[in-house]
Design a protein around this ligand. Sequence first.
Ligand code: SF4
Ligand code: SF4
Length: 121
Amino acid sequence: MVFVKSIGRAVKALARGPSTLQYPEDRESIADNYRGIHKLDMKTCISCGACARICPNQTITMVDVETEKGTKKMPEVNLERCLFCDLCEEVCPTKCLILSKDYSFEKYDRREYVLRPEDLK
Ligand code: SF4
Ligand code: SF4
């Protein structure tokens, strides 16, 4: 009897199809309020440093970036320290810094979690 039930469950599972995804090609849809990796619009960043000052975990460091108009300070993000609290996005006066829906930040070397402004595009 147990054997028959097991066969029945196996047949139902086969009819349902695969329950796993072929990541990264196939991905689950993400909740609207999900907070992922930062994105920065370098053209509208005014180098005010508000994002770095409000961050509760010293995740953001203002670093020099060469632009057409000379050297500017812009945020560098250490994802290892980030709490994904969204305070940096909320405080940004030009809305050039946002938390995106991108959750794929697997790395082989932990130093790669420090993202320069140019990496946040
Ligand atoms: S999301 Fe929060 S913890 Fe992460 S960088 Fe922004 S303010 Fe800091
Ligand atoms: S990202 Fe926004 S808050 Fe941070 S320095 Fe640029 S303008 Fe200011």
